[in-house]
Ligand binder design. Structure first.
Ligand code: UDP
Ligand code: MG
Length: 139
């Protein structure tokens, strides 16, 4: 079951721009089922914990500041081959390199403010989903 799930966040600039509904529609149209969803504002401490794997990278401080700058929408998704198919749907990290029609190409402002998060492995998808949602909140 965990192999069929991934985790995403609509990032602060996309929420601020009122793009979360359009982004979620694209995700559902692509065949993903919403398992859990909530809107919340991460503290810098919680954002830092979520992105801890990047804490040695030069952009870490800015990333934590950005991800705690406004509310996000956290979502657990289900589909066969969820992690890889979702990475294809969102496109490259840098929207200038993202394929046409991808969510980042359509909605991202920059490499940092790139509209959405997507898990990079089944293992991290499970860790990230449980960071935001209890088992009883996932349907
Ligand atoms: N990021 C950034 N500058 C970079 C690389 C990444 O600001 O040079 C930010 C960007 O918001 C990205 C996040 O850090 O989504 C996590 O980076 P990662 O390499 O995991 O990219 P992703 O998996 O999100 O495509
Ligand atoms: Mg990543």
């Amino acid at each position: 079951m965990s192999g069929n799930r991934t985790f995403t966040m609509v990032k602060p600039e996309a929420v601020e721009n009122s793009d979360s509904g359009a982004i979620l529609a694209k995700i559902e149209e692509a065949g993903f089922r919403i398992v859990a969803m909530k809107k919340l504002h991460l503290s810098a401490e919680r954002a830092g914990k979520f992105y801890e794997v990047h804490n040695e990278r030069p952009f870490y401080g800015e990333l934590v500041e950005y991800m705690s700058s406004g509310p996000i929408v956290a979502v657990v998704l289900e589909k066969s081959n969820a992690v890889a198919d979702f990475r294809t749907l969102i496109g490259a990290t840098d929207p200038s390199e993202a394929a046409d029609g991808t969510i980042r190409k359509l909605f991202a402002e920059s490499k940092a403010k790139n509209a959405v998060h997507g898990s990079d492995s089944d293992e991290n998808a499970a860790i990230e989903a449980s960071f935001f949602f209890a088992e009883l909140e996932q349907f």
